[in-house]
Design a protein around this ligand. Sequence first.
Ligand SMILES: [Zn+2]
Length: 82
Amino acid sequence: MVTKEPEAIRLNVVPEPQQAGGRAVLYPGSVGRGTEIMSSLDKDAPDTFCGKCGVRLTYGLAKKRLEQYVMRCKTCGAFNEL
Ligand SMILES: [Zn+2]
C-alpha cells in the first residue's frame, strides 16, 4: 500500500436535489460546530471544501462515503457533491 497525503478536494456546486436518487441530502442542523458538516476517522480520506465559498465541509470521510451525500454548506447554503 502506498501512503497518501490527505487530498484537498473542492466539491462541485449542484442545484438543490429534488429527489435524493439514492443519496442522502445533508442539511446542516445542530450537528457539530464550525463549518464541517461531517467528519470521520479515515486518515487516508480527503478534506473537502465548499465549491462556492471554500469552507471545509468534511474531513476524514472516505470518498466512497462522500459519494453517497449531497451536502448543504452551513456558511453559504450551496449544495455540494463529490
Ligand atoms: Zn459554502
